[in-house]
Write a protein that binds this ligand. Structure first.
Ligand code: SF4
Ligand code: SF4
Length: 246
């Protein structure tokens, strides 16, 4: 079974019972549906003045992260859906240079600002509304200047927290199979800058683990002509964490 014909292979060592194997196109259609549903739900709640939904979404993404990585970001986040679906035509599609210091500084600034605005609202506006607006503007600017979801993978404060929580996850996405170094996955990734390093690692014969920032959209897996991209199991061996395909 190739990567084109299914969404995600049943992980090695896991019983196939209850695990759904879907075609790549069906997988992307389902993802489009979940993104649309979450975006409409957010819009209805926002217009209805139910602003705490923002915190509920953040909590859901952080709870899922240690087990499923940033699956919430790729399948449900309304801002991520907006950036990925509507902004590619205006995006300059440039590579974002990953800067951990900038990323973690932004996280600290957001947490402090959120706490301050919660205690002292500006002009009577709820803190969550101000932060949502700020993230919308910053995400749109980042998508325009770099790649559609550069904000999600490299700057979003909630994404940074989710990456920290998912760093010890047992299942990781990797270029585990025979890679032709065609670059299709690098071009398809909406985050940008993520897969180039993994392809390079694979060229050096190492298992090309996809780094932090991956939102689990599985676009790379859908376009890979050799079915090389898959989930691998990260285990402890000889005191070190190593990735295994089986
Ligand atoms: S590495 Fe693959 S799954 Fe992760 S964000 Fe990029 S295209 Fe999506
Ligand atoms: S699309 Fe597949 S074969 Fe092409 S560079 Fe990526 S992992 Fe390698």
């Amino acid at each position: 079974m190739t990567a084109r014909s299914r969404c995600a292979k049943i992980p090695p060592g896991v019983s196939g019972q209850g695990v759904v194997s879907l075609s790549s196109s069906l997988c992307q259609n389902v993802r489009g549906g979940t993104q649309l549903f979450a975006a409409l739900l957010a819009l209805v709640l926002l217009l209805g003045g139910v602003l705490w939904f923002n915190l509920a979404f953040v909590a859901a993404s952080l709870l899922a992260a240690p087990y499923a990585g940033r699956v919430f970001c790729g399948w449900l986040c309304p801002l991520g859906a907006f950036l990925e679906r509507l902004l590619p035509p205006v995006s300059r599609q440039r590579r974002f240079q990953r800067r951990p210091v900038l990323r973690y500084s932004l996280l600290v600034v957001f947490l402090v600002a959120f706490g301050y605005l919660f205690l002292r609202p500006v002009a009577g506006l709820p803190s969550s509304l101000l932060l949502m607006g700020t993230m919308f503007v910053m995400g749109t600017l980042t998508a325009w200047l770099w790649s559609p979801r550069a904000w999600c993978g490299h700057l979003c404060p909630w994404g940074t927290l989710a990456d920290v929580l998912s760093s010890r996850a047992r299942w990781r996405l990797a270029i585990a199979g025979d890679c032709r170094h065609c670059g299709a996955c690098v071009r398809a990734c909406p985050v940008g800058s993520l897969l180039a390093a993994a392809v390079k690692d694979r060229r050096r014969s190492a298992l090309g683990l996809v780094g932090p920032g991956c939102v689990r959209c599985l676009r790379c897996q859908a376009v890979c002509p050799s079915g090389a991209i898959d989930f691998v199991r990260v285990v402890r061996a000889g005191g070190e964490r190593v990735a295994r395909t089986a």
